[in-house]
Write a protein that binds this ligand. Sequence first.
Ligand SMILES: [Zn+2]
Length: 420
Amino acid sequence: MSKKIKKEEVVLKDWDHKKLGRELDLFTFSDVVGKGLPLWTPKGAAIRREIERFVVDEEIKHGYDHVYTPDIAKLDLYKKSGHYPYYKESMYSPIDVDGEQFMLRPMTCPHHYELFLDRPRSYKELPIRYAELAKLYRFEKSGELMGLQRVRSFCLADAHIICTKDQTKQEINSVLDLIEHMASVLGLKKGIDYSYRLSLGDRNDEKKYFKDDKSWDFAENILRSVLKNRKSKFSEVEGDAAFYGPKIDIQIVNANGKEDTAFTVQYDFVMSKRFDLNYINKEGGKSEAVVIHRSSIGAIERTIAFLIEKHKGSFPTWLSPIQVKVLPVTQRNEKYADKITKLLKNEGIRVEVDHRNETLQAKIRDAQVERASYMLIVGDKEEKAKTVAARERSGKNMGPFTIEEFISKIKAEIESKKLN
Ligand SMILES: [Zn+2]
């Protein structure tokens, strides 16, 4: 009995992202590059590019300013932020550059604080919302590495909102609006695919939590009241907060039924003190700002792992690595197939053509295995009528279209990010 259970544990589910990732040629790993450092193939990169564009476009629409900051910084920066003693275990050893020590960054926060400190700020400028698709590096034990879910280098859809204390409630609420909006576009349902968790500090553990009971009370109440006002179900756990304040965790469940924190919204009342994140208030005096750390969709790697499993490899058309596969029926139709392919490519559609000397049946079967969103079959009949015979991934015949009709149909579907 125990033997049987053990075997089941080892067998990957058909839709496990590690298995599908290989079958669909989305990403790979190389021992020579290093463990836990994913290499994105052209197909996987297409998905990632779409997700990254989506993140940047949506966040800009929602009032964020996207920035770029470097992947490394002086060790002094992490000593100043206090991450260094707290976070040391997750960081790589310093790199010596001309006698100064630099770190591969495990987080973006202090880089964004230094951007804020570039010049004096007025209350009129707040809230400032810096967002970045930030490449981060964290040490994970090799036994804990898992596909794209747990890696040593990843890209976080990160942001830091620097605001007044009075603005925090509204800002956290807007962050949750954005998270829910983006999750729904990706096909994730609240209460099914993800849920909220309020992580509170353990006041007795002064090593892990910054001693300031009044600030902890205030911040915890703000987060709790935002969740309550939204009528969002949530659980509360103690002792899982960041060292600088409480947080709302967005929990997701992977294909193997394991719950994991996908991303967080954190209230931070410590960094303003450490970094002197002040602004000139209405009265002309100095006031301390509050920092909200948040991620809209978390680490891109982990989100894609989740989406692979959620859609079982059959991505909605806007994310699909192969949106159209053109299938010439005979060699006579190759030129026409190439012409159709070129027209689609010019419209920015991800298209491939199957010129192998195989039967149409075999070409259709393989396009389905590759999860191409649409197949366009072009034979003598279509060539003569200047049409294409379209087929859905499921095998359903959609009938003949002129190429212009098909292009406008698929573009509308891509534009609307329609779910399957
Ligand atoms: Zn941060």
